[in-house]
Design a protein around this ligand. Sequence first.
Ligand code: PAF
Length: 326
Amino acid sequence: MKRFNVRVALATAASLVAAPVLAQTEVKIGYALAPNSHYGAAADAWQATVDAEAEGRFVFRHFPSSGLGGEREVIEGLQIGTVEATIVSSGTLANFVPEAGVFDIPFLFRDLAHARTVLDGPIGQDMLARFDDVGLVALAWGEQGFRHITSNRGTIEGPGDMAGLRLRTMENPIHITAFQTLGAAPTPMAWPEVIGALQQGTIDGQENPLSVIVSANLSDVQRHLTLSGHVYSPAMLLVSRPFWEGLSEEDREIFARGAAEGVRAMRGFVDAVEEDGVETLRARGMEIGTLSAEQRAAFQEALAPAYESYYRQYDRALIDAIIATE
Ligand code: PAF
């Protein structure tokens, strides 16, 4: 028995010498939506790249469905270094880098291809770099799709239908100005409170892209959808500066490549839901209307005072350069 114990002890000691303990860094990644969303797809692709290339130096821990709180809280967590990575909407980004709000101007982008070209080009990349000044490392622009209005008050056919509509908006000053200008009653609210507020009827509606309306099952709490496409409002993949500064050059490149793969997955998800999302929501019982070209023009005309305020706030040459991008 004694000899057996000695042999076990020797074998254990030998195995400890043979297999040095691998130092792994935990990467807590928080995002607002469920794993089966475009955010989940991006986070999985990001992790898959890091897993494949970093030889086990990192272990991802996912916090989907606002598991770490609202998007503003998560970004603040990145700033102080309690959260390593996130994927967020542009909802609160303008509160950190006001210039980034330019991409939230209604009816700015013509289509997904236009938005992707601007964000992947010098204008978008310069904007990412500005997040350095607020203690964040913005690795890539992600995507959600164009935002549409859902409500329990009926579909919308013109700006007149917005009057008094208690519409949840993101905590985004550009969106709030637009909906105030249209005569609605915008109610800025963090995402984790939205479903409850819709269930209780404290708001009539909200606005989000098909990717969110489908993956968050908003059809359970909203009867009408108007395909307004009023704003593109991008997403972003970020990591915390303290985390980034602790990485080797090689690992920084791996994380940047992972973020690029995340964007590819996210855009693939958005492309798919743009194809079949309307049918999915109709099958789930939503009544769906689409703004005609004339109705969209009426919205743009009604937004004239809001555009005046955006032109005072943002560099007009930048707005013109975005519009002129082919
Ligand atoms: O409406 C929002 O707050 C955002 O679009 C969401 C759903 C949190 C995704 O980032």
